[in-house]
Structures are given as structure tokens and as C-alpha cells.
Design a protein around this ligand. Structure first.
Ligand code: GN1
Ligand code: MG
Length: 369
């Protein structure tokens, strides 16, 4: 079924005018749906959930409902004292009252409310934006921190469990095609050596979790900077979108992901490696915003692992891109040959830059976190 046929199945006023591709996600297909009534124009977001990535889309939607209902309630409760109108997408039901529609190919579609008059950034170019990004993530984590974690399903087993990605990397390397893709490129060989020298450190967060130092809580799972919406008029961050990966996990995965995507001014798609570095000024600004909200719920042990989390999530994403290159681009969407190798180079260069700046980063964390 076409996206426009599906669009008309959701409970939204007006007649469908058009559908436009929206955003630059690496996983789902996303559209802006525009409808018109006699007096208004309505918009919503329509998404086809990628079943290759999310084997149980119904569980994804169940998590999303629980977390958004909880968060909307918390936002409402705090509205009078808040310094801004916080927002979060709402799941728009189908005309039959379901949280999603399934087409005749078994594809799952969902509709979400549009967060209007906001913009998101592919790259951060000012400390103000970094502060807002930190604030938005901290706010989201705070308002969902009392959402019972046992109500949430593990929709993506293994997601952000770093040692798993090493296992997948080893499996990709063990294939003939994987070996060929490694050996054909000097850069790939170099990345392979980079991974090997860090292998023993990769379980750092999972070890801490096993020892009971860190515990699972509700997390966003994918708070990269493009998922953070900033009000176009006030410049304040108001919302985090892309709630597919909301599930139990370590808040560190979120912190690391927001940091790695906000503090590399070159962005994750650059092909000029010389532009990639970890910007400690942006980082300091982000931590300031984050701690205004997260100060309340972070434990000492949580704080202790913040540096590792930023280093690890950059490394992990680099490894995931690298593995996908070796496996023949089966997970992340690509638009040109070698894109996943290039993305891997960027993330691992960023990881190296984080390692090189460890003393400055720790100074910022000691002072603020
Ligand atoms: C994917 O689809 P998107 O762009 O929101 C990925 C994230 C990565 C990100 C890197 C479910 O997110 O984990 O950090 O690409 N999502 C999933 O750009 O794997
Ligand atoms: Mg996502």
C-alpha cells in the first residue's frame, strides 16, 4: 500500500494534500503529511517502521505509548513552574483506535504529532545550541526516570551492549566478503587496528552494570543531535523526537550519544577527516545544560562512568558503521558506496580526539557533574 493510502487511515482532520520525505534518519522511512480543512492546514509525521531493525514493531509502539503518556503527564504537572513549553510527540491513533496500522505486506506504519516551528541541527555551531541539547536530554531523562522500567520491553536486544558489537564485527570479518572489504582499503585496515587496541576496554559499562554499580533505567536510546528540536523563535530546546529506542538501559548510552553527536562540529557525515575533533567548549556548554536537569537523579557511580560513556559510544557507533561496511551495508541506509566506512572513520577519529582530551574533559566533568 502506498504511503498516501496509509496516511488516510489515521485520525486527523482534513483532506490529504501531499506527502513529503522528512528528516535524514538512517533506519525508518519518514514523511510529512499535509492535510487541509476549510479553515486550517494540518500536518503530522508518518513513519514506516524498519522491520529489519525492529523485529517487534508492536512492542516498540507499546513502549512509546507508555513513555509518552507518562512524560506528557509529568510535563503537565510541571507546566506552571517550567521556563518553557516542553513538548513531546503524541501517538496519533488510526480511525479504528489502534496505535499503528499494518498494510497488506505486513509493514507497520505509525502517525505522530508534528513538533511545529522548531529546527534540529546536523552539526552544532554554538555553545547555546549545545546547552539546549544537554538540557533537552536531561529533561527527558528526568521526567521518565520514575516511569517503571519493568513496564518497558526490550525491543532491540543487544542495542548499545558494546561487547555484542565486537561479536558482530568478528562475525563480519570472518566471512570471505568481509575479509575482502577489509583488505581492499588501507583505511579499513587502519580502523581494524584501532579496534584491536581497544578490545579489552569495550565491556567497561556492561561490567559496571554486572557489578551492580550501574542499573538500568528508562532511556531514549538515540538522542543524537538531529533528534533534538530547538524552538525557531526562542532558541530554547523544547523536545526530543524519535522514540523508537525508548527501553530499559543505562543513562550513559544517552549521555554518550548526545555528546558524541553534539561536540563534533564537522557532523557525522563529513568526508574531511581533518575537520573532525572533539570540541571541549561545546562539551562544557552541553554538560551545563544537562546537569541542570540530571543533577537530581545521577548517582556518584553514574558520574564516575560519564567519561567512559562518551568515549565508548563514539567507539561503538564507529564499530557499528565499520561492521556494516564489512557486512555489505545491510543495516544503516546508505546513499553512496563506502558511506559506512566513511562514517566509521569519522566516529573513530572522534573517539581518538576524546581520548587525547581526556584531562580537559575530566576537568569539566569534575567541576560540573
Ligand atoms: C540510527 O535512524 P536514526 O538515524 O535515528 C541508529 C542509531 C545511531 C544513528 C547514527 C535503531 O539512528 O543507533 O546512533 O543511526 N538507530 C538504530 O546516525 O540503530
Ligand atoms: Mg532513531
Amino acid at each position: 500500500m502506498s504511503a498516501s493510502q496509509i496516511a488516510t487511515q489515521f485520525e486527523a482532520p482534513g483532506r490529504l494534500v501531499t506527502l513529503q520525505p522528512l528528516g535524514a534518519g538512517n533506519v525508518n522511512d519518514t514523511y510529512r503529511v499535509i492535510l487541509r480543512t476549510t479553515f486550517s492546514e494540518e500536518q503530522f509525521v508518518l513513519q514506516k517502521i524498519n522491520r529489519a531493525v525492529f523485529p517487534d514493531p508492536a512492542a516498540v509502539m507499546a513502549n512509546m505509548k507508555i513513555v509518552t503518556d507518562h512524560a506528557h503527564r509529568r510535563i503537565e504537572e510541571e507546566a506552571d513552574t517550567a521556563d518553557r513549553i516542553w513538548q513531546l510527540p503524541r501517538v496519533i491513533p488510526t480511525k479504528g483506535g489502534a496505535d499503528y496500522a499494518v498494510d497488506e505486506d505486513g509493514e507497520y506504519w505509525r502517525a505522530l504529532s508534528m513538533i511545529a516551528s522548531t529546527k534540529s541541527y546536523e552539526k552544532v555551531d554554538s555553545p547555546e545550541v549545545a546547552t539546549q541539547a544537554g538540557r533537552v536530554l536531561g529533561h527527558f531523562q528526568r521526567i521518565i526516570s520514575d516511569c517503571p522500567v519493568d513496564q518497558l520491553q526490550d525491543t532491540l536486544p543487544g542495542f548499545h551492549i558494546a561487547p555484542n558489537y565486537l561479536t558482530q564485527y568478528d562475525a563480519a570479518l570472518a566471512t570471505e566478503a568481509g575479509q575482502r572489504r577489509l583488505e581492499v582499503s588501507m583505511e579499513a585496515m587502519r580502523l581494524g587496528r584501532f579496534v584491536e587496541t581497544r578490545r579489552d576496554w569495550v565491556p567497561v559499562l556492561e561490567d559496571a552494570r554486572e557489578k551492580g554499580e550501574l542499573t538500568a533505567r528508562p532511556i531514549h536510546g538515540d538522542p543524537k543531535i538531529t533528534n533534538i528540536m530547538i524552538d525557531q523563535y526562542t532558541g530554547k530546546g523544547t523536545c526530543i523526537i524519535d522514540l523508537d529506542t525508548v527501553k530499559p538501559g543505562l543513562v550513559h548510552y544517552d549521555f554518550g550519544d548526545a555528546v558524541r553527536s553534539s561536540c563534533n562540529p564537522a557532523g557525522e557525515e563529513t568526508s574531511d577527516l581533518s575537520e573532525v575533533f572533539f570540541d571541549t567548549d561545546l562539551f562544557e556548554a552541553l554538560v551545563k545544560g544537562y546537569m541542570r536537569e540530571a543533577g537530581e537523579f545521577l548517582t556518584d557511580a553514574d558520574r564516575h562512568y560519564l567519561f567512559d560513556s562518551m568515549r565508548l559510544i563514539s567507539f561503538e557507533l564507529g564499530l557499528r558503521f565499520f561492521t556494516d561496511y564489512l557486512a555489505g551495508d545491510v543495516y544503516f541506509k546508505t546513499h553512496y558506496e563506502g558511506q559506512n566506512l566513511n562514517r566509521a572513520r569519522v566516529q573513530l577519529a572522534l573517539c581518538e580526539s576524546i581520548e587525547a582530551r581526556e584531562p580537559q574533559i575530566r576537568r569539566v566533568l569534575d567541576a560540573l557533574a
